[in-house]
Structures are given as C-alpha cells and as structure tokens.
Design a protein around this ligand. Structure first.
Ligand code: HEM
Length: 197
C-alpha cells in the first residue's frame, strides 16, 4: 500500500469530512432568506428612484415571495458516525491493554501508569475525527512527529504498534467502510511516526 497522502498525520481533521456548523444558528442563509433580504429599489438609506423617501408606491412591483427553505441537515462528523466518545474510549483502552503486555512497545512508554498516555491518545483521536478539541486545550498543537522523536521507532516498533491497534480496531466491529477509513489513517500515521531505519 502506498502512503502518498500529503497531509500530516496530525493535521486537524480529514479533509474528506466537512466540518459544518452543528446548530442551525450558524448555517448559511437559505435561498428563501436571501430572497426576502434582497434590497429593493427605494428602500435603502440613500434612496432609490424616489429620493430616499421610503414610501410604498402603488406602482412598485410585488416583492418576490420567499422561496421555502430546504436547508440540508448539518453533516455528521466521522467522530459522531462511529459512535462518539464511547467508541474511541473502547478503541484506545483495548490498544493500551495490548501495549501493557507487548515486549517491544511496553519498554518505550516512560510512565509506569499507562492511564495518562491512554487519555492523550484518546483525546487526540477524538479531536482528529471531528469531536471536541480537548486534546488541544490540554496539550496544544499535536506536533506528533516531534513528540515521538525521543522514542526510537523503527520498523519493529511501528509494526508492533500496528498489530496492537489492529486488535483494537477489530474489537470495535465497525461497519466495513468506517473500519477502512479508520484503519487506513492509523496505518498511514504509524508509518509517518517512524523515526529510525
Ligand atoms: C508507530 C508507532 C508508535 C509508537 C511506538 C508510539 C509510541 C508513543 C510513546 C512511547 C508515547 C509517549 C507516551 C505518552 O506519555 O503519551 C506516545 C505518545 C503519543 N502518541 Fe504515539 N506511538 C506511535 C504511533 C502513534 C500514532 C500513529 C499516533 C496517532 C495516530 C500516535 C499518537 C500519540 C499521541 C497523541 C501521544 C501523546 C502526545 C502528547 O504528548 O500529547 N502515536 N507514542
């Protein structure tokens, strides 16, 4: 499989997934709203043909009737589509269960308690897929490649990470299309985190 995608592994959110406002309040104006807001001659402060005097004239044509609005519902993020926080909690918990007993990976993790590392990865993935930006609030910009520099990640470490993550992804039993989207990203990201030959 090629890994030719240009986007860094920690850039915010996949480009494929549009991030539209979730509430109706910030959505774009509908055709109907635009039509009813259209400025008609003579209605502006500088006036139109009747010198700025805003008097309805019987000669004016009937204003266009607003078109009924059919606004699209806000698009769902991948985070929401796969089941929200609960799904990422399960994924990362399962992954760290594997790390805890993995002879290649475990020695890399500096802390005895893997809980904080688990939380960091969970919050990062949640944010990456369009969920709350708690990772950013707590840790700032991900800069994942830079944060991995202290750890020697060669092919063996990379593949061990991928193997544990594969088991974790399998445990979610996601629909095939969602699983592929998630898995392709994780494999791509793991390759981009490798920092030793
Ligand atoms: C390729 C194999 C990889 C290895 C061996 C590895 C190993 C590590 C280690 C040892 C840490 C430090 C633990 C901590 O204190 O947080 C860490 C942190 C982290 N890793 Fe990885 N990692 C790998 C790939 C990835 C990938 C592919 C991602 C994202 C998709 C990722 C996301 C993170 C995050 C978010 C942190 C915490 C960063 C922070 O300090 O805020 N890692 N990783």
């Amino acid at each position: 499989m090629g890994h030719a995608r240009q986007r860094p592994a920690d850039s915010p959110g996949p480009a494929l997934i549009p991030r539209l406002p979730r509430t109706g309040a910030r959505r774009a104006a509908t055709a109907g709203e635009l039509a009813s807001a259209r400025i008609r001659p003579g209605s502006g402060p500088a006036g139109g043909q009747n010198g700025g005097v805003n008097q309805p004239s019987p000669a004016q044509p009937t204003p266009p009737r607003p078109i009924p609005s059919f606004s699209a519902p806000p698009a769902e993020t991948f985070f929401e589509a796969v089941g929200g926080e609960e799904t990422f909690r399960r994924l990362v918990a399962r992954f760290y269960e594997g790390v805890a007993t993995d002879p290649v990976l475990r020695p890399l993790y500096p802390e005895e308690d893997l809980g904080p590392a688990e939380e960091r990865l969970r919050l990062f993935l949640i944010q990456y897929w369009g969920g709350p930006a708690t990772y950013h609030e707590k840790r700032g910009h991900p800069r994942l490649r830079m944060r991995h520099v202290p750890f020697a990640i060669g092919p063996a470490e990379r593949d061990a990470w991928i193997t544990q993550m594969r088991a974790a992804v399998d445990s979610l039993e996601l629909p095939a299309e969602q699983e592929t989207t998630l898995w392709d990203y994780l494999v791509y990201a793991a390759h981009s985190m490798q920092n030793r030959a």
